[in-house]
Design a protein around this ligand. Structure first.
Ligand code: NAD
Length: 494
C-alpha cells in the first residue's frame, strides 16, 4: 500500500505519530494509500524548520525570488498531465477538469512572477522640508495554508505562490483526502530552486490544524474549506493573535430572467451545477427562474442531463466523476431522497443507475425548492441542482441577499441595465453576468461575502499580496548640519 508522508526541509519525512488516514480511489471505492497524520510535535518541527529558513529567504533579492517563480511556472506547465492524473486519481474529477484546475492555479504562479513590481511601496519626497516619507512591504515570517479536498492543486497555488514570492516561508496542511498533489508540488518547488525549509507540507487532521493555530511562530493562516471550520479557524487564529483569512462554503444562485437566451442559460447551468460532480465552491446549486420561463428552462435542463457521461476519469469521454468518499455520496443521496418529503419535486433522481463500484451519483434536478427546506438551505456539495420559481427580478434578488452565503452568483439576461443594477444591489463577492462560474482571474482577488469568508482580505491577486505582507513607513531626513536646532514641539510639516 502506498504511504504518503510529510515534506519538511526539502525532503520526505516519514511520520512517527502512529496515526494515519485512508486515501480512497473514489472511482473504484477502494483504498489506494495511507496518509500519515502529523502529531503536534511533528508540526512544531516543521514550523521550526520554516522559521530557520525565513531570514535567508526574505533577504534573497526580488529578482531571484521571481526567478524561482518563473522556473516553477515552467515546471508545473511541463508536469500538467502528471499533476492532473494525481488529482484525478485521489479526487475523482475527470482529467479535463483536473487540467482546468491546474491552468487556473498556474495563473497564480504567473502573477507571483511579477513580485518585484507587486512589492513596490510608495515614496513622498519633501513631505516636510528636507524630509522624505516612504512605505515598504515586508514579509510576515512563517505563514500557513490549510486547504480543502476539492481543488488539491489550485487552492494551494492560490496561497503559496504569493506567500513565498513575498519572502515568507510556508507550511501547507492539505486535505488528508487527496494529499499527493501537494507532495508533488513540493518536489517541483525544490527543483525550481526554492531553498530547503521554505515550503513544507504537513499532512494531518484537526491535531495538525490546532497546532498551527496555537503556535506562536505562525504569523498568518490562509484557509479554504467549509463554513463551520472556516469560522473556527478565524476565531481561534485571531484569538491567538494571527492574521487570518478563512474562506467558507457557498450556495450560489443563478437568476434567469425572461429575456435571457434560454438555451445558453440551460447549457451554462448544467455545466456549472454538475461539473466536478458539484464539488466546487463556485458551482451553481440554485436556479431562480422567473415563472414565465421556468417550465421551458427546466425542460431544457432536463433534456441535457441524460447526455452527461458519468464514470471514472480513466475512461475516455466521461464528463463527471464520482464524489470524494462513500460517506459524502450517501449524504448527498439523502438530500435527494428527502426532497419530496420536504415538499419539493424530484424531477431527475441521480441515485438511479449510478455506475457501480465507486462513489458515484448521477445528476439530480429538484423543482419547487424553497427557503426552509434542507435541499434549499444547506450546502449539499454534490451534483444536485434545485430550482426555485420567483415572480420577478426583485424576488430573486431578495432570495440571494437573504441567503447566509455570499460566494458567487450569476444573472442571465439580455438587459444591460438590469444586469448593472444586479451588480450594484447583490450582496455577493463574485458576480457573473451571463457567466455562470465567475472565478476572478489571478490579478483580481477571490472571495465571498457573509458566511463565505471570515476576515477582511480576499484570496490571491492584490489582496493576497497585502495579506502576506505588512507595511512599514519610514520618515527620513538627511539634514544639512547648518539647519540643525533643538525643537521640543510635536513634529509638523509646516
Ligand atoms: P473541510 O472544512 O472539511 O476541510 C478543510 C480543511 O480543514 C482540511 O484541510 C481539513 O483537514 C481541515 N479540517 C476539517 N475538519 C477540521 C476540524 N474539525 N478542525 C480543524 N481542521 C479541520 O472542507 P472540505 O470538505 O475539504 O472542502 C469542501 C468545502 O470547502 C465546501 O464547503 C466548499 O464550499 C468549501 N470551499 C470553499 C472555497 C471558497 O473559496 N470559498 C473553495 C473551495 C472549497
Amino acid at each position: 500500500m502506498k504511504r504518503i508522508s510529510h515534506w519538511v526541509d526539502g525532503k520526505v519525512l516519514e511520520g512517527t505519530s502512529g496515526r494515519s488516514g485512508v486515501v480512497w480511489q473514489p472511482a473504484t471505492g477502494e483504498q489506494q494509500a495511507t496518509v500519515d497524520l502529523a502529531s503536534a510535535d511533528e508540526v512544531s518541527h516543521a514550523i521550526a524548520v520554516a522559521k530557520a529558513a525565513f531570514p535567508a529567504w526574505r533577504a534573497t533579492n526580488l529578482s531571484r525570488r521571481a526567478e524561482v517563480m518563473f522556473r516553477m511556472r515552467e515546471l508545473v506547465d511541463a508536469n500538467r498531465k502528471e499533476i492532473a492524473s494525481l488529482v484525478s486519481s485521489e479526487h475523482g474529477k475527470v482529467l479535463s477538469d483536473a487540467l482546468g484546475e491546474l491552468a487556473r492555479g498556474l495563473e497564480n504562479i504567473e502573477f507571483a512572477c511579477g513580485i518585484p513590481n507587486l512589492m513596490k511601496g510608495g515614496f513622498s519626497e519633501q513631505a516636510s522640508t528636507g524630509v522624505d516619507v516612504y512605505s515598504i512591504k515586508q514579509p510576515l515570517g512563517v505563514v500557513a495554508g490549510i486547504t480543502p479536498f476539492n481543488f488539491p492543486a489550485m487552492v494551494p497555488m492560490w496561497m503559496f505562490a504569493n506567500a513565498l514570492a513575498c519572502g515568507n516561508t510556508f507550511i501547507l496542511k492539505p486535505s488528508e483526502k487527496d494529499p499527493s498533489a501537494s507532495m508533488f508540488i513540493a518536489e517541483l518547488l525544490k527543483q525550481a530552486g526554492l531553498p530547503d525549509g521554505c515550503f513544507n507540507v504537513v499532512n494531518g487532521d484537526k491535531e495538525a490544524v490546532d497546532t498551527i493555530l496555537g503556535h506562536p511562530d505562525i504569523q498568518a493562516v490562509s484557509f479554504v474549506g467549509s463554513t463551520p471550520i472556516a469560522k473556527y479557524i478565524y476565531e481561534t487564529g485571531t484569538r491567538n493573535g494571527k492574521r487570518v483569512q478563512a474562506l467558507g462554503g457557498a450556495k450560489n444562485h443563478m437568476l434567469v430572467l425572461p429575456d435571457a437566451d434560454l438555451d445558453m442559460a440551460a447549457d451554462a447551468v448544467v455545466s456549472a451545477a454538475y461539473g466536478s460532480a458539484g464539488e466546487r465552491c463556485m458551482a451553481i446549486s440554485v436556479v431562480l427562474a422567473v415563472d414565465s420561463v421556468a417550465d421551458a428552462l427546466i425542460d431544457k435542463v432536463k433534456d441535457r442531463i441524460p447526455a452527461i457521461q458519468v464514470g471514472p476519469a480513466s475512461e475516455e469521454g466521461n464528463e463527471m466523476g464520482p464524489l470524494i468518499t462513500g460517506e459524502h455520496r450517501d449524504k448527498v443521496a439523502a438530500y435527494v431522497g428527502g426532497a419530496e418529503a420536504e415538499g419539493a419535486t424530484l424531477v431527475v433522481d441521480g441515485r438511479v443507475d449510478a455506475p457501480a463500484g465507486g462513489f458515484f451519483l448521477k445528476p439530480s434536478l429538484i423543482d419547487n425548492a424553497k427557503p426552509g427546506m434542507k435541499v434549499y438551505d444547506d450546502e449539499i456539495f454534490g451534483p444536485v441542482l434545485t430550482v426555485t420559481r420567483v415572480q420577478s427580478y426583485d424576488e430573486g434578488l431578495r432570495l440571494i441577499n437573504d441567503n447566509q452565503y455570499g460566494n458567487g452568483t450569476a444573472i442571465f439576461t439580455r438587459d444591460g441595465g438590469v444586469a448593472r443594477q444586479f451588480q450594484f444591489d447583490v450582496q455577493v463577492g463574485m458576480v457573473g453576468i451571463n457567466v455562470p462560474i465567475p472565478v476572478p482571474v489571478s490579478y483580481y482577488s477571490f472571495g465571498g461575502w457573509k458566511a463565505s469568508l471570515f476576515g477582511d482580505q480576499h484570496m490571491y491577486g492584490p489582496e493576497g499580496i497585502n495579506f502576506f505582507t505588512r507595511s512599514k513607513v519610514v520618515t527620513s531626513r538627511w539634514p544639512d548640519p547648518r539647519t540643525s536646532s533643538v525643537d521640543l514641539g510635536f513634529p509638523t510639516n509646516r
